[in-house]
Write a protein that binds this ligand. Structure first.
Ligand SMILES: Nc1ncnc2c1ncn2[C@@H]1O[C@H](COP(=O)(O)OP(=O)(O)OP(=O)(O)O)[C@@H](O)[C@H]1O
Ligand SMILES: [Mg+2]
Length: 256
């Protein structure tokens, strides 16, 4: 592997006496899509939280693009290109769908943060509006453009979350069950977006997903967590048939 874009080194997270993430060392190559799988409570979300900075690890390090970012806050990690889907509570509930997205596009363009040259702001404004509209189109939310974010049904809020994440153009996408709780109609919209991201080729994607057919189609690699530990890591065809996955994840014994 060339130098990895993202790496965790012996990363552990303890909650009291419970070890939710147990000494996980794993490196990710730029432009790859890795599925993170494991049973409920395996530590997938906690690992993501420690990577993105929502949680302080009990031990170990997180590296991004060759820099040790373990001591950095979540917003500082975001600015360095680590993209975690916004939590729903972080949507601006009283702004419209389009305004939420425009703020994200503006933030990515480096505008709207402190004093800026007004001329720049005006000359780029049209571009930003168009980019926000294109992103709305891509998540099939164009018809909801002027609705308040708070008024959207859950599935549409999740689509808006993903669109905001895209707007920030991170180097690394952390997608934690992006289609969870969505209606069957909405799931393909999100999967199409992930496919498109993968086709672009430069984004690194970590995807926590339970749907095996999705993993089979999209993943270049599968990492399996079980009781906080990394128990398997490799090519999908190999990992999916390994006894550790058959037993630990799928809950059945491998054929002898
Ligand atoms: N804030 C917390 N305080 C205490 N324990 C926690 C906390 N967050 C998670 N845990 C525990 O840590 C373990 C790992 O949880 P985590 O949510 O990371 O699992 P997961 O793999 O994401 O599971 P799922 O597939 O259900 O989303 C679980 O035993 C969980 O109960
Ligand atoms: Mg989880």
């Amino acid at each position: 592997m060339t130098s990895p874009i993202l790496e965790t080194r012996e990363l552990s997270v303890r909650f009291g006496g419970h070890v939710a993430v147990d000494c996980v060392s794993c490196a990710f190559e730029a432009g790859s899509l890795t599925a993170i799988v494991g049973p409920n409570g395996a530590g997938k979300t906690t690992w993501f939280n420690a990577v993105s900075g929502q949680l302080k690890p009990s031990a170990g390090e997180v590296w991004l693009g060759g820099e040790n970012i373990t001591a950095l806050s979540a917003p500082m990690r975001t600015r360095r290109g680590l993209g975690r889907a916004f939590q729903l509570t972080q949507l601006f509930a009283q702004l419209s769908v389009h305004e939420n997205l425009r703020l994200a596009v503006q933030a990515q363009a480096g505008l709207g943060l402190g004093l800026r040259d007004l001329v720049t702001r005006w000359s780029t404004r049209k571009d930003l509006l168009e980019r926000a509209d294109a992103l709305l189109e891509s998540v099939s939310l164009a018809a909801q453009r002027d609705q308040l974010a708070a008024a959207l049904p859950h599935g549409d809020q999740r689509k808006l979350e993903v669109a905001i994440l895209m707007a920030l153009q991170p180097r690394v996408f952390l997608l934690d069950e992006p289609t969870a709780g969505m209606s069957l109609d909405d799931v393909p919209v999100i999967l199409d977006l992930i496919r498109a991201l993968k086709r672009q080729g430069d984004a690194t994607i970590l995807l926590v997903e339970h749907k095996m057919d999705v993993i089979r189609e999209l993943a270049d690699r599968i990492v399996v967590l079980h009781e906080g530990r990394l128990v398997a890591d490799g090519e999908p065809a190999v990992v999916m048939t390994s006894s550790v996955v058959q037993e630990a994840y799928l809950g059945r014994r491998a054929n002898p």
